[in-house]
Design a binder for this molecule. Structure first.
Ligand code: ZN
Length: 59
C-alpha cells in the first residue's frame, strides 16, 4: 500500500511528499520540510483504502 501523499504546504506552497503511518487517521501535526511551519493534516481513507489528506495551517 502506498502511504505517501503529495501535499502543498499552506504556507510556502512547496509540493512535499509526506509519509503517513498506515494506522494513522484523524488529525496529525507535521512540520513542513521546507519552511518548518506546522501543518494540521486531516487524514481519512476512501472506501478502497486510498488516502485522503487535507493540509491546513495549524495555527
Ligand atoms: Zn512550507
Amino acid at each position: 500500500m502506498d502511504d505517501t501523499a503529495l501535499l502543498t504546504c499552506p504556507y510556502c506552497f512547496e509540493s512535499i511528499e509526506v509519509y503517513i503511518d498506515p494506522q494513522s487517521e484523524g488529525e496529525l501535526i507535521r512540520d513542513c520540510d521546507v519552511c518548518c511551519r506546522p501543518w494540521s493534516l486531516q487524514v481519512s481513507r476512501g472506501v478502497d483504502g486510498e488516502l485522503l489528506i487535507r493540509a491546513n495551517r495549524a495555527q
